[in-house]
Design a protein around this ligand. Structure first.
Ligand code: AMP
Ligand code: MG
Length: 480
């Protein structure tokens, strides 16, 4: 019996030029590697059904349920600042949307499901490494409280995918409140398709910003959502690595886990991505790159903002320029919380920046330094410049005493802001290497540990350790 999923497809109801209808390309032999039971339940899907032969066939792209309306979405984008007039789902397909028991509309998307009209030179496939990476890191982001796409399942295809070498193929099932990007708006704007732009704007407002009144209001809200998102990334030492406009989600959620990484040692100039040779998307540049992306969205929306172009530009510019203020407030909130500060006082930003400076100079591990502060541990051991750190620590203690609440309440609060565990690169690599030789245990363990990143669970103490010199992963690859 074919799987019945109550798909409710709003994107497929948009005009034809928004997508190409396309069935997934079947794979040789599907084998379930990972299934996210918690997410299945949140979506109102039955995990047992998903594991059944029919469920597996859907997750592998071998057969789509009748209610599905598989399609490849079209979009455009700036990649590393260069305009590409047509991108689109080249190795992904939207199966359809489900409405969860709590009323959340969610896309169910297969990634690695075969070629589409937007594949350009690509094979439309994915291999095990990036699929595991995205599964592990996106679910870790969710557990950290950062808005993100989710991972429902990973399936092995029994096929070989040729990259630098032959690798086992895999399909990821990605779940997100939509897959609409800044690049989706750019696509219609660049086509001079005002109706399409209007339709897309209404769709996005209904779906993500029901309180937005018009295109300008929408822009303003996307700017705010992006500013808050990037502030959260910064607070966890996360480097997205490929903040192209086609990877900027209009709902302000993290999307595209290609070359991303969490920093070990704190370095504002840190870059992991092998293709980011100019450091465009270095850690400390992320806020300004988000502004750049918002300027592209603003440009795309101009025709809807005002009939008079000068007026439209003035209004859109003002919306984009609101980014720094929103970002700075969010940054302060995120980093203040990391130091146990729920109130904002003059000088707090200096206190935070001074710590970051000491951490940079002192080669401190980003996550462990903050966690150690939260646990009241010997934090000075994290840095090489210990005397300077002791001075800073005394200043911080003085400031912390001015916060209301007991010491233990403050410590609890700090532990909720400073994870013990992040998906460290060398651990992801280890999980992938083991998976390639058929051992998924390290992946299971990593996923379990990262589902509670703020807990202090002794059995995962080894996962807190930064990499040794030989373990350190210096580059990450799109690997797609
Ligand atoms: P990304 O760098 O992952 O954001 O992808 C940029 C564009 O390349 C998107 O349009 C993708 O759909 C497309 N793409 C990436 N990898 C592949 C692949 N293996 N086959 C087809 N298209 C791909
Ligand atoms: Mg992408």
């Amino acid at each position: 019996m074919p799987l019945t999923i109550a798909f409710d497809n709003s994107y497929a109801a948009l005009p034809d030029r928004f997508y190409t209808r396309q069935a997934p390309v079947p794979v040789a032999s599907a084998e379930l590697l990972l299934l996210n039971h918690g997410l299945a339940a949140e979506l109102g899907l039955d995990a047992d059904e998903l594991q059944s032969p029919e469920g597996l066939a859907m997750l592998a792209g071998n057969s789509a349920p009748e209610e599905a309306a598989p399609l490849a979405q079209v979009y455009a984008g700036h990649q590393f600042g260069n305009w590409v007039p047509r991108l689109g789902d080249g190795r992904a397909l939207l199966l359809g949307e489900v409405v969860s028991p709590t009323g959340q509309r969610m896309d169910i998307q297969l990634k690695g499901s075969g070629q589409t009209p937007y594949s350009r030179m690509g094979d439309g496939r994915a291999w095990l490494g990036p699929v595991l990476r995205e599964y592990i890191v996106s679910e870790a982001m969710h557990a950290l409280g950062v808005p993100t796409t989710r991972a429902l399942a990973a399936v092995a295809t029994g096929e070989t995918v040729l990259r630098e070498a032959p690798f086992p193929g895999a399909v990821l099932t990605r779940v997100a409140p939509s897959h609409i990007r800044v690049g989706t708006f750019q696509y219609f704007a660049s086509q001079g398709d005002r109706d399409g732009l209007q339709t897309l704007t209404e769709h996005v407002m209904a779906r993500h910003y029901p309180a937005a009144e018009d295109a300008l209001d929408l822009l303003q809200q996307v700017v705010a959502a992006q500013a808050r998102l990037v502030a959260q990334w910064m607070g966890f030492g996360f480097i997205h690595g490929v903040m192209n406009t086609d990877n900027a989600h209009v709902a302000g959620i993290t999307i595209d886990y290609g070359p991303c990484a969490f920093m070990d040692r704190f370095d504002p100039g840190k870059v992991f991505s092998s293709i980011d040779r100019m450091g465009r998307y270095a850690y400390a540049r992320q806020p300004e790159m988000a502004v750049w992306n918002m300027a592209q969205l603003a440009t795309a929306l101009l025709p809807l903002i005002d009939a008079d172009q000068d007026v439209a530009i003035a209004k859109a510019t003002e919306a984009v320029h609101s980014f720094p203020k929103i970002y700075n407030a969010a940054w302060q909130e995120v980093h203040g919380a990391k130091l146990g500060l729920a109130t904002v006082q003059e000088g707090d930003d200096t206190l935070i920046h001074d710590l970051l400076l000491l951490m940079h100079e002192g080669q401190a591990d980003f996550t462990n330094t903050f966690r150690s502060l939260a646990e009241g541990g010997p934090t000075r051991d994290q840095v090489t410049n210990r005397a300077a750190f002791d001075d800073w620590h005394a200043r911080w203690q003085t400031r912390l005493k001015q916060e209301p609440g007991s010491d233990s309440a403050k410590q609890d609060r700090m532990q909720q802001a400073n994870p013990a565990l992040i998906p460290r690169n060398h651990r992801i690599e280890e999980a992938i290497t083991q998976a390639l030789s058929g051992n998924l245990e390290p992946s299971y363990r990593l996923i379990a540990a990262l589902s509670a990143p703020f807990a202090s669970d002794r059995q995962y103490d080894d996962l807190r350790a930064p990499p040794s010199e030989s373990e350190e992963v210096r580059q990450t690859f799109c690997g797609t």
